[in-house]
Design a protein around this ligand. Structure first.
Ligand code: FAD
Ligand code: SF4
Length: 534
C-alpha cells in the first residue's frame, strides 16, 4: 500500500537557505553523501556554504525508476538535515521550489548570483556528463572550480592509470591480488593467500536443490521525509517506470549500517556458496543489498571489508564467503570504477560487436512468457534490484545474444536499478555484458544458452520453453539466440582463444542446421519487436 503523504509536506524538509556572500561554495551531489568527503572536510561553517540541488533533469535524462529517484532524493534530504544540524550552512534546492530551474547549470548560476562565492569546491563526480556540466556551469559563471579526489574509493584514479599503463589486457584478477597484498587482506605472514588460494570460485557456484530459507533482509521504514518524497515522485514522475510501494532502501547512514550488520550476521555465511544461484520469487537470496548505500557513500567500503573480515576471524562466516564478498568490493568495484575513468568519455559509444538492435518493450513491463526474464524484470520493476547473475546472465545475456544496441541496454540498467550511477553501470553493461569495449572489462562475451539458466535456477521448471531445444515451437529463446549469436559473430570472435571451444561447436553444425537457427532467431526477434539486427 502506498504510504499516505504527510499533512504538511514541507514540514518534513525545512527550506534550507543561505544568505550571501560566502567565501567557498561546496557542491554536494546526490551520490556524495559522506560528511568526510574532501569537498566538505575543512569547510568554515561561518564563511563557507554547501549547495545541494534536486533537479528534474537527473530523473529524466534516462526514465529513472521511481524507487531510484525516491532513494536519491530522500537520502539527500536526510543528509542535508544532518549537515545543517552539524552547523553547516546549506543551500538546498528542492524539486518543488518554484524558482528551481531544474538543471545543474541553472542552479549553479543562481547560487553564484545570490551568494557570490570566490571559489566552488566539488568532490570528483561519478559521471563524465555531470563532471562536464559542473565544469561548464562554473566556467560560465566565472568562478574557479576546485575538484577534489573522491577518497571513498580505495584506489586513486592516478594509481589505477599507473596500473593500466602498458597493459594490453587488464585482468581483474591481477588487479584484485595486488589490492589484497596492498591492504594485507586475507594474507598469511609469508604473503600467501589465506586458505592457500586467491579465490574460491569453484566452491561458489552452487545452485539450490530446493527452495532456500533465506532470512528476511533489513528493510527501512519510510519516515516523514521519505513519505513526502514518495508523494512528490508519484506526483512529478507518474509515468516513470517501477513501483514505489515496496520501498525499503536505507536512506541514512544509520540505516545503512544496520543493513550492513544484518547482512554480516544473517547472510554472509552463505553468500559465497550461492553467489551465482537464482530462485523464483526470491529476489535477494544471500546477497548484501549494499550497493546503493555504498554508491551514495552512506557506507564506506573499508567498514564493509572490516566487518566481513571480523566475521571470518570469529568463525561466523567461512573463507569462501568472506573472500567472495571482499573480491566484489576491493576487486570488481574498484576495477570497474578505474576502467570507467581510464577509458575516457568515448567509452559509452563503443560497439565492438557492431550490434544495433532495439530494446524489446518487455524490458519496461516484464510481460513475456520467458519465466527467467519475467522474474528478473518483474523484481526490478517491483524493487529496483537484481543480483549480479540476474543482471549478467539473464537480462544482460538476452540483450547480448539478441543483438541489442549496447547503449540502449546500458541506459535501461542506468534507469532501472536503485544502485545505478554511470561509473559502475556503464562498464558493467557495455563492457562486461555487451563486450562492446572489445575486451577491456571481460576477456570474452558472457554469452550463454538456456542450459546455464536451467543449471543455476528453478526458472525453467515453470517455463513453456525447453532450454535444450534450439529450434521448434518449444525452443528456449536463449538457446536459439545463443547459437545465432555465435553464428553471426563467428568471424569477429575467432581471434579470441577463450571462445574457441564454443566456436568449434558452431563449426560442428551443418549449414542447414545453422540456417535453421538463424531463421528461427529472426522470427523470434520479429516477435519480440527487435529491429536493426542483420
Ligand atoms: P553483492 O552481490 O552482495 O556484492 C557485494 C558488493 O560488491 C556490491 O554491493 C557491490 O558494491 C560490489 N560489486 C559486486 N560486483 C560488482 C561489479 N561487477 N561492479 C561493481 N561493484 C560490484 N553495481 C552497482 O553498484 N550499480 C550498477 O548500476 C550496476 N549495474 C550493473 C549492470 C550489469 C549489467 C551488471 C552485470 C552488473 C552491475 N552491477 C552494478 C554490479 C553488481 O551486479 C551489483 O553491484 C550487485 O548486484 C549489487 O547487489 P548487492 O549489493 O546485493 O551485491
Ligand atoms: Fe528462461 Fe529458457 Fe529457462 Fe524459459 S526455458 S526460463 S526462457 S532459460
Amino acid at each position: 500500500m502506498r504510504p499516505k503523504p504527510p499533512r504538511h509536506l514541507h514540514d518534513s524538509m525545512p527550506n534550507l537557505a543561505v544568505r550571501g556572500p560566502v567565501r567557498r561554495l561546496a557542491i554536494v551531489l546526490g551520490d556524495q553523501l559522506d560528511p568526510a568527503a574532501d569537498a566538505i572536510k575543512g569547510l568554515d561553517t561561518s564563511r563557507d556554504a554547501i549547495l545541494m540541488m534536486e533537479v528534474s533533469e537527473e530523473s529524466t535524462h534516462v526514465p529513472s525508476h521511481k524507487q531510484r529517484t525516491v532513494l536519491f532524493l530522500s537520502a539527500m534530504r536526510h543528509f542535508a538535515k544532518h549537515l545543517a544540524q552539524s552547523g553547516y550552512r546549506v543551500r538546498y534546492v528542492r524539486l518543488e521550489d518554484p524558482d528551481n530551474t531544474h538543471s545543474f547549470r541553472g542552479e549553479i548560476d543562481r547560487a553564484v548570483h545570490e551568494l557570490m562565492p570566490e571559489r566552488i569546491l566539488c568532490t570528483h563526480p561519478g559521471e563524465w556528463r555531470v563532471k562536464n556540466l559542473i565544469e561548464e556551469a562554473t566556467r560560465a559563471a566565472g568562478v574557479p572550480l576546485e575538484t577534489r579526489p573522491d577518497r571513498h574509493f580505495l584506489v586513486d584514479l592516478e594509481d589505477f592509470d599507473a596500473w593500466m599503463a602498458g597493459r594490453k589486457q587488464p585482468v581483474m584478477e591481477h588487479f584484485y591480488r595486488e589490492q589484497r597484498r596492498r591492504m594485507n587482506a586475507l594474507l598469511e605472514n609469508d604473503g600467501r593467500p589465506t586458505g592457500g588460494d586467491w579465490n574460491f570460485d569453484e566452491d561458489n557456484r552452487r545452485a539450490f536443490k530446493r527452495a532456500p530459507k533465506v532470512p528476511k533482509p533489513y528493510s527501512s521504514r519510510p519516515d516523514a521525509v521519505t513519505q513526502a518524497v514518495i508523494h512528490l515522485v508519484e506526483e512529478r514522475f507518474p509515468d516513470n517506470p517501477g513501483s514505489i510501494e515496496s520501498f525499503r532502501w536505507p536512506v541514512t547512514r544509520t540505516q545503512a549500517l544496520k543493513a550492513l550488520d544484518d547482512f554480516v550476521q544473517n547472510r554472509l555465511a552463505e553468500f559465497g556458496t550461492y553467489q551465482d544461484a537464482m530462485w523464483a520469487d526470491e529476489p535477494f537470496l544471500y546477497h548484501s543489498l549494499l550497493s546503493a548505500s555504498l554508491n551514495l557513500k552512506l557506507l564506506d567500503p573499508r567498514e564493509c571489508i572490516g566487518k566481513a573480515l571480523t566475521a571470518y576471524e570469529s568463525g561466523q562466516a567461512p573463507l569462501n564467503s568472506v573472500e567472495g564478498f571482499i573480491r566484489q568490493i576491493i576487486g570488481w568495484r574498484e576495477f570497474i570504477r578505474g576502467i570507467y575513468w581510464h577509458e575516457g568519455q568515448d567509452y559509452g559509444s563503443r560497439n565492438w560487436l557492431d550490434q544495433h538492435g532495439t530494446l524489446p518493450e518487455f524490458y519496461w513491463t516484464g510481460r513475456t512468457d520467458m519465466v527467467c526474464m519475467r522474474q528478473a524484470i518483474g523484481q526490478v520493476l517491483a524493487c529496483g534490484y537484481g543480483h549480479h547473475i540476474q543482471r549478467l546472465m539473464v537480462t544482460g545475456n538476452f540483450a547480448l545474444i539478441a543483438g541489442v544496441d549496447p547503449r540502449l541496454i546500458s541506459d535501461w540498467y542506468l534507469a532501472m536499478y536503485v544502485d545505478a550511477v554511470d561509473w559502475v553501470t556503464l562498464p558493467n553493461t557495455l563492457g562486461m555484458v555487451m563486450h562492446a569495449d572489445g575486451g577491456v572489462v571481460g576477456t570474452k562475451p558472457y554469452a550463454a544458452s538456456g542450459k546455464y539458466i536451467e543449471r543455476m535456477s528453478n526458472y525453467c521448471r515453470g517455463c513453456p520453453f525447453d532450454p535444450a531445444a534450439r529450434i521448434g515451437s518449444k525452443a528456449c529463446p536463449f538457446t536459439t539466440l545463443y547459437w545465432d549469436f555465435l553464428i553471426r559473430n563467428r568471424r569477429r570472435l575467432s581471434g579470441n582463444r577463450r571462445m574457441s571451444m564454443m566456436l568449434r561447436n558452431v563449426d560442428r553444425m551443418t549449414d542447414a542446421e545453422q540456417s535453421a537457427v538463424c531463421v528461427h532467431a529472426h522470427r523470434l526477434r520479429e516477435g519480440f519487436g527487435i529491429s536493426g539486427v542483420s
